[in-house]
Design a protein around this ligand. Sequence first.
Ligand code: UD1
Ligand code: CA
Length: 452
Amino acid sequence: MRLETLILAAGKGTRMRSKLPKVLHKVGGKAMLQHVIDAAKQAGSEREVVVIGSGAQLVEQTIAGVEFVLQEEQLGTGHAVLSAKENFAESEGTVLILCGDTPLLTSKLLKNFRAAHENSNCAATVLTAKMPDATGYGRIIREEDGTFKKIVEEKDANELERKIREVNAGAYCFDVRKLFGALEKVKNDNAQGEYYLPDVLTILKDAGEKVGAFTAEYADETLGINSRVQLAAADRIFRMKKNHELMDSGVTIIDPNTTFIDYDVQIGQDTIIYPNTYIEGNTVIGEDCAIGPNIRFTDMKVGNKVTAQFSYCHEAEICDGVTLGPYVHIRPGTTIGENVKIGNFVEIKNSNVGEGSKLPHLQYIGDTDMGSGVNVGCGSVTCNYDGKQKFRTTIGDNAFIGCNTNLVAPVTVEEGAYIAAGSTITKDVPKDNLAVARARQTNISVWNDKRK
Ligand code: UD1
Ligand code: CA
């Protein structure tokens, strides 16, 4: 049977107290709504329609690969589904309805849920979960024989109903043809004055249709995020799961509690991740690396056998065998060649550093193309900016840049050239030459006599 998905993401998210639409808040480095969309796609959904309203423009700009429909006024989850009626006019089969604020849903759970729905010939099936703390959720009321009876929202529930731990996870499978007819009959005579989607289930049941309730095996996967406290809890669960996946694939994580690895990150076998480390975006790390402690990598491409500690690197590439840190900042557009050594307090921006070059301490290298085997002395700086424009510096293979050199760009130091310490280089240095560009030293022999 064909599967289409409708995702509700128009709500204000009042309880987040945020300028950002709730569904764009991130879990594991990815927007909650994107998690839900990805889970649906992986579960076999062939089309996703997202209901937007609050912050609609921003949601539309951020999320790709789905259809959007606008719910002008947010009058409740039932009303949200109704606003997508036209989008499903031609549809047949099952429509999966999900909330944009349940980011931990897995495709495996959705597949099982859908199969249970389709195998039972129900007109509708609701996903339920047994929550240790059911606060804020709609409660599942079952008939004496255990079949589904109705859902009561917390604000409408009596004391006894509030004690129920089985909750509405906010995910539903419907026979799409039966959904919209029943939806027209939903009223808003409840504590919140909203049109509740769960009421459709009772309406269908009262009309003699079969309505099922499928319980998720792991309640965590159905957590709904209404507040920042819940957001942090979901993020923790998500990251722990990611850490476990990586450890199961052969990565050592010394302290999973202080290791924060985003959704899309890939790490090779036998790499060790030390504590207080953040690996973000679409970073890829090779095998046999030692990363951390205290590393932040964002959108990095890292080879094999790389060692890095106490540093921040973003949108750059580090090749095999590089040693990096402590206190290194690698900025966008940089490629660090194989076996390069970068030591303490070094910043490199928009530059290429060739194989085996050494930048051991206190350098700023910007807009530079450096060959292989170059040795850059302590405190050397590329002067790449004249206040208006940026210029490039070129350094040939095996050049030796003495300590405290200023390379005033645009400038070229050719292969094998040698620069005396303390030089300010404003002219190109030819191959194998020695450049000395500093004031000559004068020793005054009678100095102490004079002072006396
Ligand atoms: C809802 C369910 C509750 C369930 C819980 C699961 C209803 C009435 N209640 O409660 O039974 O236990 O989810 O997490 O459905 N939305 C719209 N338009 C609206 C209102 C909401 O698109 O007019 C969207 C929101 O953006 C959100 C989702 O629907 O993604 C759920 O809305 P929310 O207000 O969070 O509902 P809950 O109170 O959590
Ligand atoms: Ca919610």
